[in-house]
Design a protein around this ligand. Structure first.
Ligand code: HEM
Length: 536
């Protein structure tokens, strides 16, 4: 048979080769475009990618366009449609634009849209796939129910001194840097790379709270924990490509056993958690941190206090954690809470530096609170600061660290008709998106969306915000479990900063800001500010 093929090939003329090549090209073209009529068949408005295979998001993957800009562009193309389709390579994505429909997907019919899609292999990356973010179905429900009591008000309040110690450490470091500058005879304000500063702070907070490890990364930036954390969370080119492979060709990526997490860093955190647990058990050490709460959860002893909110208590869990589960959760707390918190802080500092009126008003509120508490902020005092809350909410609106979240459909579903779209059939395995960044900048939902105006979140105005149009921490039962913890950390860090320094714009940071190309919520030129000590 093969001989026949060889003989035919040897007799082929140039015209035959041309025909074959054209046939192959046509085949490839059809393969790369046949799904592009997907939304037309489902009766959903959509954008059609310009080239086969590549879809609409390639530019962000190749680092040629900032992800928030890309999401906003797709959202704008869908103007007037409650649901709008686009393609991630050949994969169709339903962008849910109408806040009423977002409510259906994330809350009302949550059971149909409970999971995120998979971005790693269970075999190659057990630590990454066994964490709360990546778990699915009943396993996720059990884990969420088990972990929720660790994030109630009373537990977070107990962690307040640990977080507070880290934020005070940062303020002390900045003062020392300022003094060193004066000693060196240098005039002018302290120029600070805020991303670097807040990354170290967020690292130290998670280290102490989730892993029970104390470190001072401001003074000792080469400490092992910081180094390994960076290795774990930095998206190198290779890791982006692996991630990319799981999105585009998940079965192939899984069969190849591609790892998303660095093996060295995973082993480091695994050993750290196991040895800390052993030491605490042997020596009877108790520390008010998440690791301790996870250990309690392992014994089935972690409960919410009476009268405490426990958003997933309707799920019934008889599930106990293993040591490996504990490592997986501690690692996701690091992953989910390290970059997001430092990004939120960078943008808030940037916004305050550009709005001296808002900064002054915040400083007045901070000064009054400091006076009342004798310079030692308490949990209650921080939570009572309304303007601080409004400033952070507004910064999270303008610059949400998470640009979009996905929900995968797990059972065929008909999205009901709304003012902006007919009913839509969504099938098992289809992916929907909530375009957080674009919603936060939609002029039909927010007056002057590009203006920094904390007053939107004041007691008088916040009732005007359309439900499900503001979602920096996601929505529904799957929303960020660390929300309260993150807000407390951001608040404490900001209070320490503006109590001690005036934040001024730096010539190194471009204004108006432009997002960095790619997936990270970064800005071109980096986050630089000048810090000037206050004389209060
Ligand atoms: C400003 C800081 C933060 C922001 C903006 C943020 C945002 C988010 C968002 C948008 C999600 C997805 C929610 C959804 O799908 O609806 C999420 C999930 C999650 N976040 Fe956060 N987060 C922050 C800080 C933290 C911190 C400090 C922790 C841990 C201590 C944390 C732990 C998690 C976990 C474990 C999940 C997965 C929850 C689940 O699937 O059940 N996050 N976060």
């Amino acid at each position: 048979m093969l001989e026949g093929v060889y003989a035919a090939l040897s007799r082929a003329t140039a015209a035959d080769w041309l025909l074959l090549a054209s046939g192959l090209l046509l085949g490839l073209y059809l393969l790369g475009t046949w799904r592009y009529d997907f939304f037309k068949r489902r009766g959903v408005a959509s954008t059609i990618p310009k080239a086969p295979f590549l879809g609409n998001t390639l530019k962000a993957f190749l680092g040629l366009s900032p992800f928030p800009d890309l999401v906003q562009d797709l959202y704008r193309q869908g103007k007037g449609h409650g649901v709008f389709g686009f393609f991630e390579f050949r994969r169709p994505i339903f962008m849910i634009r109408d806040p009423d429909l977002i409510k259906v997907v994330t809350v009302k019919d949550f059971d149909h849209f409970m999971n995120h899609r998979s971005v790693a292999s269970e075999k190659a990356d057990p630590i990454f796939t066994q964490n709360l973010f990546n778990l699915k179905d009943q396993r996720w429900k059990d884990m969420r129910t088990t972990l929720s009591p660790a994030f109630t008000t009373s537990k977070i309040k107990a962690m307040f001194p640990l977080i507070s110690a880290c934020t005070a450490q940062t303020a002390k470091y900045l003062h020392e840097e300022q003094e060193a500058l004066i000693k060196r005879g240098k005039k002018g304000p302290l120029e600070v790379d805020m991303k670097d500063l807040f990354t170290r702070l967020a690292n130290d907070v998670i280290a102490t709270v989730a892993f029970g490890v104390g470190c001072d990364s401001q003074k000792d930036p080469k400490n092992e924990f910081y180094f390994m954390g960076k290795e774990m969370t930095t998206f190198t080119f290779l890791r982006t490509m692996i991630f990319f492979a799981y999105l585009v060709i998940p079965k192939v990526a899984e069969a190849l056993g591609l790892r998303v997490l660095s093996e060295r860093a995973t082993n480091y955190f695994d050993t750290l958690v196991h040895s800390t647990i052993k030491e605490r058990q042997q020596k009877g050490i108790f520390r008010p941190d998440m690791l301790q709460l996870l250990m309690q959860a392992r014994e089935g002893q972690l409960k919410a206090e009476a009268n405490e909110e426990h958003e997933t208590e309707k799920f019934d869990s008889k599930f106990k954690l293993s040591n490996n589960d504990i490592t997986a959760q501690a690692v996701i707390f690091f992953f989910a809470g390290f970059e997001t918190v430092s990004t939120a802080l960078c943008f808030t500092a940037y916004a305050l530096s550009r709005h001296p009126d808002a900064q002054l008003r915040l400083q007045k509120e901070v000064d009054a609170m400091m006076k009342e508490t004798g310079g030692k902020p308490t949990y209650e005092a921080i939570q009572g600061m309304k303007y601080l809350d409004a400033v952070i909410n507004e910064a999270l609106r303008m610059y949400p660290p998470v640009v979009a979240v996905d929900r995968m459909c797990r059972e065929d579903f008909v999205l009901p008709p709304s003012d902006t779209s007919p009913s839509v059939h969504i099938r098992n395995g289809d992916i929907t998106w909530v375009p957080i960044y674009a919603l936060h900048h939609d002029p039909e939902l927010w007056e002057e969306p590009d203006k920094f105006d904390p007053e939107r979140f004041s007691d008088e105005n916040k009732h005007r915000i359309k439900p499900f149009s503001y979602a920096p921490f996601g929505l529904g039962p799957r929303l960020c479990i660390g929300q309260r913890f993150a807000l407390l950390e951001v608040k404490l860090a900001l209070v320490n900063l503006v109590a001690n320094f005036d934040i001024r714009p730096s010539p190194k940071t471009k204004h108006p800001l432009q997002f960095e190309k790619g997936f990270n919520m970064m800005i071109r030129g980096g986050f630089w500010n000048q810090l000037i000590p206050r004389n209060v």
